[in-house]
Design a protein around this ligand. Sequence first.
Ligand code: AP5
Ligand code: MG
Length: 214
Amino acid sequence: MNPHIILLGAPGSGKGTQAVKMVEDYGFLHVSTGELLRTEVKKGSSLGKAIQKTIETGKLVDNPTMLELLNANCDFNKSSYILDGYPRNIDQVKALNQLDLVKHKFYALYFDVNMDALQKRIVNRRSCKKCSRIFNLAFDPPKHSSVCDSCGGELIQRSDDTEEVVKKRMTVYNSTITPVLDYYRGRKVLIEVNASKTPNEVYAELKEKLKMIL
Ligand code: AP5
Ligand code: MG
């Protein structure tokens, strides 16, 4: 079994984009906590409605809910996972340390990115309602602005991808990430990737770094 991989990085740093490539090439299971939450929102349950409110203000969903979602969707003893978007604060690091993931080899990949570029990436993001493929109207446009090239599904904009909410998400990220990075650096499992380059260049660097650990 490959080591588990944790993806750390600002909103729009390319975690989802790179995870798809890594799944294709290395066969990881990709779990994005943002996607798990959006699935819950789509169900329209009372939990989903509460989650939607939180997401649309750019704040973090509470840690017990996140832990419950992870436990329901991951079996770290059976497959190698890419954990995209978790942990996001030091309490979530501690919670993750109680789970089976840390009984196995794991690394944290940190997408280090120039924050100035992110607003433009995010407001231009579109994703497929059906297969979740990510596009970008500015950097990676679909052939038709509202149709997925892969499956013909409808392309939608996330409700938290507005300028105002993105600003809040960035503030939350900047105020929570440092202890998380320090923790994994201290454990000598942090691998940094320059995520300011083009997606293909980022992936080339990532693959070189993965060669050392896979
Ligand atoms: P989540 O869905 O995880 O959002 P995020 O962390 O803000 O990250 P994004 O998905 O926006 O960015 P990404 O890094 O995946 O970038 P992508 O590859 O799509 O979380 C959403 C919300 O859910 C949170 O705000 C919070 O409320 C809640 N939540 C989630 N996890 C939680 C947790 N653990 N605890 C509590 N709450 C939680 O790329 C973005 C765009 O840029 C795309 O259009 C892409 O095509 C383009 N792009 C990608 N790479 C490049 C590149 N190198 N150059 C140019 N464009 C690029
Ligand atoms: Mg994402």
